[in-house]
Ligand binder design. Structure first.
Ligand code: AQP
Length: 333
């Protein structure tokens, strides 16, 4: 039985990219594994968040994960700030990871953009906290979208350097579990940018709680190009928007892009968009309805998260205490 860890930032409401790239994989991996899923609120505040909105989004995303099929009686579901072991280990990793390693992280470069001087130092050391999230549990399997593979390589580098510097084999190697077919869902407004909660345009993503009219409208307005759909996936390479819509369709219908093009190739986008709308609505309607039901009882959600935090801390605290001893910190009284 493997120990699985993964997280999602409560920076907004989870979207179809989060679902296809990560959450549906998390649900499947519960079977036969020890799974730990975390609302990473400490990561969220690397970019300023409205405090009330952050609290509300943490609860709504917890409800969403349960509505998607995460079973809090089986998996450990909690919010990161409730388990202090994450921040303690992250500080040690801040002292292990090298400045040059972090400078090469493409997500930092993307998020910082041209205004590097003005972003928080938390955003820069974000990958160290992510390494701590995983390694505080000695988790070895990490299901993420492929936008996170560089961060996972870095987490392995940090684990190795820690082991080397302190002459130990304390931290295990991490194996990314990336589902290639749905690894990266792109923005509906720009097929070269990933679908993201923090994109300023709500039209760029399908939130998992969007109602049916909103879903239909967003797909109708999704950017395309003037040519017909091709008859073969190779011809999608230079057509990012077409490739994205075909990819989303294939993921939701559980077929290959070639099969999607067999039915929709050599035609305009109209029919594909209509069928895609039906697929998305069929998938998201039960998730939305269950989320709204669960989110109506915030006391119950808080109880679930607190119970998850107690179980998470029981695993992470002894591991992080041992890391602190290896580094030479005095034992806690
Ligand atoms: N567009 C995507 N396609 C596939 N997978 C995705 N993931 C995120 N976006 C896509 C995967 O979802 C998990 C949780 O992501 P996150 O909330 O930790 O942060 P993120 O990757 O930075 O996602 P966002 O939506 O872009 O959030 P913001 O805007 O807050 O930065 C991860 O496993 C991720 O791979």
């Amino acid at each position: 039985m493997a120990r699985i860890f993964s997280g999602i930032q409560p920076t907004g409401i989870a979207h179809l990219g989060n679902y296809l790239g990560a959450i549906q994989n998390w649900v499947a991996l519960q079977e036969g594994n020890e799974s730990i899923y975390c609302l990473v609120d400490l990561h969220a505040i690397t970019v300023w968040q409205d405090p009330e909105a952050l609290r509300a989004q943490t609860r709504t995303n917890a409800a969403l994960l349960i509505a998607c099929g995460i079973d809090p009686d089986h998996s450990i579901l909690f919010h990161q700030s409730a388990v202090h072991a994450h921040a303690r280990l992250a500080w040690i990793f801040n002292c292990v990871a090298r400045f040059g390693w972090l400078s090469r992280m493409t997500q930092f470069k993307d998020k910082a953009g041209k205004d590097r001087e003005a972003v928080s130092t938390g955003l820069f050391v974000y990958p160290n906290l992510m390494a701590a999230d995983i390694l505080a549990y000695h988790a070895t399997e990490v299901p993420v979208g492929d936008d996170q593979s560089q961060h996972l390589e870095l987490a392995n580098d940090i684990a190795q350097k820690f082991n080397h510097d302190y002459r130990t084999e304390f931290f295990p190697a991490i194996h990314p579990r990336i589902m290639n077919s749905t690894a990266r869902i792109m923005s509906l407004r720009d097929g070269t940018k990933k679908m993201s909660k923090s994109d300023t345009s709500d039209q760029s993503r399908i939130n998992l709680t969007d109602d049916n009219d909103t879903i239909a409208q967003k797909i109708r307005r999704a950017k395309t190009d003037p040519a017909d759909l091709p008859d073969h996936p190779e011809k999608l390479e230079t057509r990012p928007e077409a490739r994205n819509l075909v990819g989303i369709f294939a993921a939701l219908a559980n077929v290959s892009p070639a099969e999607v093009l067999r039915e929709h190739g050599n035609q305009g986008f109209g029919h594909l968009k209509e069928r895609l709308t039906e697929l998305v609505i069929t998938k998201l309607t039960p998730i939305r309805e269950e989320t709204l039901r669960l989110a109506g009882d915030s006391t119950h959600i808080d109880q679930i998260l607190q119970a998850g935090a107690v179980r998470a801390a029981a695993i992470a605290n002894p591991i992080v205490a041992q890391a602190e001893r290896l580094v030479g910190l005095l034992p806690a009284a």
